[in-house]
Design a binder for this molecule. Structure first.
Ligand SMILES: *[C@@H]1O[C@H](CO)[C@@H](O)[C@H](O)[C@H]1NC(C)=O
Length: 534
């Protein structure tokens, strides 16, 4: 590799192509190996707005539970860009009639590269829990911030001219934004069989919108990269092989749209893909310690927000975290590092926030009281209402003392699904057969196996206690049990029963001691799920 690159360097010098910004670059990625990027992509990568992603943990609080989950949005974004290129190029090769141009490929790759530019500190914790609390007026998720940051990145680094040199115009920029954010939600018209609302590309290229963020069924290269990357870093096995899936991807016209379809015999692998996704949620993303650490982090950030006016905005004004959502100059500086800012600050106003962060670092976490599974058809109240009801479930007389304070309880309603609520996403995928490779068909779950899920959505209610005092926790346990009983929900169980073995834990690659005799139970311990204090 090194020698080849040296030769390439000499050729480039001789042909006058040696200008720094015009070079393709090779990255050695831990998931995909050596991947090569077009110079235009490299120019986007080498900007402060993109480099910022190096300082945002992919799994937020997950790193505080799984010591390997230290990967960041930066490498994930490179991976998505690479996979997007792979998929669209393979379609271009296999189906020349689709008339995929090199410009189309670049646009899809740029969208893949930039789709997560708008994430805030600790990824989803920020857009799902922090933003709604401090900025209820701000109705957007990180995808919208990604588009704002993308525009800012282009402007700040004067890349518009460079894009033009490569043939990319305003329409292409629109196409990139549409791939990242989808259609505006408040649009009065709905896209259907008769209406095509995207403006960057026409309907004959509708399949290009299904590569980076597939709104139709959730099967996209973003998931493929994070499955592979998260599994690698968490030490969880993935049974889904995206390379195989790509070989069978084929564009077929369905009701006027050109859809990415798959081969009929691959349907089992698709169910495996959603199984892997569910497995990651159970074992890692919704892990009870992960979730409570994230809750504590959000509390700390909310308390700190008004007192942390440190992010330099457009005209030198210093902004808070919540204000920085409207100013990409300031938002560029907002990363996981905010936690250390708070921790190292000596400001009195930040003390409360600092105390919470110190509790996280010294593992004095809110104590999990237990979890229950509500009956499927029960309408659930808001978590705050549930806390209040739990506190009132046992009277003062019965408790022989004061009732719990609902401010002491944290209630989480955890939803598990296949990405589409109670629907089966595979019902939204079309397939082709060996004989009829240009006809898209539906395949029902029943035709695949009798052993696939009946339900595609389940919920859990988890209760935590802020005050870890044994007497207080015992009181909370009693109230929660009583409440579940009244509601006819399952008896609360302690510990992590969400992650009951659904798939074996992967044999650790670099650990010679982890032989085949070692069952999933023992490996699980290595992964740090059994923190004694919890
Ligand atoms: C690329 O990285 C892998 C580890 O991810 C390493 O084993 C390999 O030696 C690296 N290759 C080169 C050429 O540096």
């Amino acid at each position: 590799m090194g020698k080849k690159l040296a030769v390439l360097e000499i050729i480039n010098t001789l042909t006058g192509n040696s200008h720094q910004s015009l070079k393709a670059k090779v990255f050695n990625d831990s998931v995909h190996g050596h991947i090569e990027f077009h110079p235009l992509l490299v120019m986007i990568i080498d900007t402060p707005q993109f480099q910022r992603l190096r300082f945002i943990k992919q799994l937020g609080g997950g790193y505080f539970v799984f010591p390997g989950a230290a990967h960041n949005r930066f490498e994930h974004s490179l991976g998505v860009c690479y996979l997007a290129g792979k998929l669209v190029r393979s379609l271009q090769r296999n189906q020349p009639e689709l008339e995929i141009t090199d410009k189309d490929i670049l646009c899809v790759q740029i969208a893949g590269l930039c789709h997560d530019l708008g994430h805030g500190p600790f990824s989803h914790l920020f857009d799902l829990f922090f933003i709604p609390k401090v900025r209820p007026d701000f109705k957007h998720k990180h995808e919208h911030l990604s588009v704002l940051m993308f525009d800012h990145l282009i402007e700040e680094n004067h890349l518009e001219a460079k894009l033009k040199e490569n043939g990319l115009d305003g329409e292409d920029l629109l196409f990139i934004r549409e791939q990242i954010e989808g259609l505006p939600k408040d649009s009065s018209q709905k896209q259907n069989d008769d209406v095509w609302l995207y403006k960057g590309r026409g309907r004959e290229k509708s399949f290009l919108y299904e590569i980076v963020a597939n709104k139709r069924n959730g099967i996209d290269v973003d998931k493929w990269d994070y499955f592979a990357r998260d599994c690698l870093n968490l030490g969880i096995a993935s049974s889904f092989d995206h390379k195989r899936y790509m070989k069978f991807a084929r564009v077929i016209e369905v009701d006027g749209d050109k859809q990415i379809c798959s081969r009929d015999k691959e349907i089992g692998n698709l169910y495996d893909m959603f199984h892997t996704r569910n497995n990651l949620h159970r074992r890692a993303y919704q892990h009870k310690v992960n979730k409570i650490i994230e809750t504590m982090m959000v509390e700390a950030l909310i308390k700190a927000d008004p007192h942390l006016r440190i992010f330099p905005g457009a005209n030198g004004r210093k902004l808070t975290m919540s204000e920085s959502l409207d100013d990409m100059h300031a938002y560029t500086h907002l990363t996981d590092s905010v936690l250390e800012h708070i921790l190292f600050s000596q400001e009195k106003d930040l003390k409360e926030s600092k105390d919470i962060i110190q509790k996280i670092f010294t593992r004095k976490l809110y104590k999990c009281v237990g979890q229950t599974q509500p009956t499927a058809d029960t309408e659930l109240e808001k978590p705050l209402e549930i806390s209040k009801a739990i506190c009132l479930a046992v009277s003062e007389e019965e408790l022989k003392g004061p009732q719990l304070d609902s401010d002491d309880l944290v209630v989480h309603v955890v939803k598990m699904d296949y990405g589409m609520g109670n629907q089966n996403p595979v019902d939204y995928v079309r397939f082709y057969s060996k004989e009829n490779s240009n006809t898209a068909i539906k395949i029902g779950k029943g035709e695949v196996s009798q052993m696939l899920p009946e339900n595609f959505l389940e919920r859990y209610i988890r209760v935590y206690c802020k005050n870890r005092d044994a007497e207080n926790v015992a009181k909370a346990e009693r109230c929660f049990a009583e409440w579940c009983d009244k509601k006819k929900f399952s008896k609360p169980k302690p510990g992590n029963f969400l992650d009951t073995a659904m798939t074996l834990v992967k044999k650790r690659p670099r650990d010679g001691t982890c032989g085949p005799s070692e069952g999933p139970k023992k490996s699980k311990k290595i992964l740090g799920n059994t923190y004694k204090g919890m």
